[in-house]
Unconditional design. Structure first.
Length: 241
């Protein structure tokens, strides 16, 4: 009976020692796992910043969404300046300003590939095909941005122009140094500068109104009672004789 008690006591001591050793090992493994998890970088800590191409591609994408806008178009260069008012909606565009003296209006319809022009104070207008157009610059803020697809540029930072936050891009086009300010909100050019042969030309789009309602109803309508002379129609009639 004494031997049995001693034997049982010895087994109890050995059992307690084994349990203590196992719990110690488990604690080390758990602590090491916790340290490893803490030191390992998480996905949110590893971020890849967009490069210049991605930034500009995003701006171009925004610009393509703009279907309606109105603005003042100011050009200064070569010792001269011009200012016109422009309305743009879908496939139609209207430009109104003083060009070489008289106040003139041009109404373009890209879907029909034609335009109508008339001089203020006159009751007749002329209709021609777009291929015959040789008037003031009709490049829109969206057109300027679209041209960046095939250009090599650098981004110079962010500036505020005409009340809009803009990315500043610089590139070379046809031997000229070009600088453009592109709205980060709408992806359209707000200002552009061209330098060639020591001469600087600046284009600005001011008082920009963008989105539904920017172009009032009836903007592209002709004044009441105005007669339209279709030059192309007359030429076709002559050719059929």
């Amino acid at each position: 009976m004494r031997l049995t008690r001693r034997y049982l006591a010895l087994l109890l001591v050995l059992l307690l020692l084994c349990v203590g050793a196992l719990s110690g090992c488990g604690g080390k493994e758990e602590s090491a796992a916790q340290n490893e998890a803490t030191s390992a970088p998480t996905e949110t800590e590893t971020q890849t910043l967009p490069d210049d191409n991605e930034i500009v591609s995003g701006l171009i994408g925004k610009g393509q969404l703009v279907k309606e806008m109105a603005y003042d178009y100011v050009i200064v260069g070569g010792g001269a300046s011009s200012e016109s008012k422009v309305w743009l909606k879908d496939q139609k565009m209207k430009m109104e300003g003083t060009f070489n003296g008289p106040k003139m209006t041009f109404i373009f319809d890209k879907s029909k590939k034609e335009f109508i022009t008339y001089t203020s104070g006159q009751n007749s207008a002329i209709k021609m095909t777009l291929s015959e157009y040789n008037g003031p610059d009709t490049t829109t803020p969206v057109d300027y941005v679209s041209g960046l697809v095939e250009s090599k540029y650098t981004i110079g930072g962010t500036e505020t122009v005409n009340g809009m936050e803009c990315k500043v891009l610089t590139f070379t086009s046809e031997g000229s140094t070009v600088k453009e300010w592109i709205s980060t909100e709408y992806g359209i050019v707000v200002k552009a500068q061209y330098e060639a042969g020591g001469e600087m030309t600046t284009m600005e789009f001011k008082n920009l109104q963008i989105g539904t309602g920017a172009v009032p109803a009836g903007t592209f309508d002709l004044p009441s009672g105005m007669e339209v002379v279709d030059i192309n129609g007359m030429m076709n009639l002559d050719s059929n004789k």
